[in-house]
Ligand binder design. Sequence first.
Ligand SMILES: Nc1nc2c(ncn2[C@@H]2O[C@H](COP(=O)(O)OP(=O)(O)OP(=O)(O)O)[C@@H](O)[C@H]2O)c(=O)[nH]1
Ligand SMILES: [Mg+2]
Length: 403
Amino acid sequence: MATYGTVVDENGAAIDRGIAILANAPRSYTGEDTLELQIHGSPVVAREVMRALLACGARYANAGEFSRRALLNGKMDVQEASAIADLIAAESRSAARAAAANLGGGIAREVRSLRARLAKILEELAAAIDFPDEVSDPDRAQLRSSLTGITNELRRLQRDGEAGRLIREGAGVAIVGPPNAGKSSLLNALLGEGRAIVSEIPGTTRDTIEETITVDGVPVRLIDTAGIREHADRLETAGIERTRRALSEARVAIVVLDGSEPLTPEARDVLALTADRPRVVFANKLDLGEAGARELGGRADVTGSVYDHATLEALRKALAKAGWGGELPDLERPHLAALFELDAVGEALGALDRALETLERGEPADLTAGELQRAFAALGHLTGDAAGEELLTQIFARFCIGK
Ligand SMILES: Nc1nc2c(ncn2[C@@H]2O[C@H](COP(=O)(O)OP(=O)(O)OP(=O)(O)O)[C@@H](O)[C@H]2O)c(=O)[nH]1
Ligand SMILES: [Mg+2]
């Protein structure tokens, strides 16, 4: 019920005119009786109304308190509460859209039905173990196909969930290479602005420079670094140390080499340094020559020049491929979002894989049952059936406002 009237303080003095909206339990956000005041927006008025409310015995809500009460009153599930926190924290349109897809909850229902399928299998196994004379062993081929079905669905949940994290948290990409190869020029070209100093003097960049762009909806933190070489002065050596750190923390490296000149020992060093991590090898400066690019041959993922649009487009594509396999699943459907949820799915998948191995090797049914029990327990964390106080605190601590 909405009522228009005068807001008065604890002594009856008028502060403002506004609208009071009373929502009776259970038809409110929290499921409890709720009073909402709509007042004029001036900070002075708002502060005065808050002061009067506190004087009348109200208190400020804790971070996430409204959603927490809604959860405890059965108005939303754990995933939905997480989605609201994600929506508040969203920094890009795709992150907001992914969070919105989770607002209706729903993923818990999916997990609960997988868990129920597991429970049924466990019951059959338990009956066969407990009453070996009366109940025959479940058919192994059928058991294997049921378990594989559950495993495949869990893997899809895992893939979607990981894509969601990527969209929310982004990926670090270190731009590395020998001095003067065009690393800072590449950062500037991808950004579309002259962020980093570029010069023909090798050793121009001393400190790491970080800027964010969006590639396929994924926030990419580009980190321009100091060129790697030996015999650098003290300041440059400190920069190279930072380059190594940036490299070890990044999800992908873009290795920029001068493709116009024969490869230098420094270029070879950087290639060796990045050989066993996800990377994109880029032979730059092809407008000046192609001796280096020829030498690299198939090892170069992209060749061209930072001044050329088609080259930049090819680099973005190669980056998406090396970073997250090229194409992300559509996240407009509900998906797992929190790290603990993905951990739980990983744990369940591990147990299911081991259960399938016991079948493969023809081991006794109680070994299979043990693993399935583990998977069953891990999935319990997801449905909120096993949501402990600690878990709730972890979720609601992320809310920055009363909501
Ligand atoms: N012709 C041509 N010149 C380029 C290209 N890319 C970069 N350069 C030039 O190469 C020089 C070095 O570029 P930077 O971007 O400063 O190189 P860097 O790798 O950041 O170098 P350090 O910071 O010293 O490690 C500059 O003079 C750029 O203008 C290119 O594709 N073609
Ligand atoms: Mg530079």
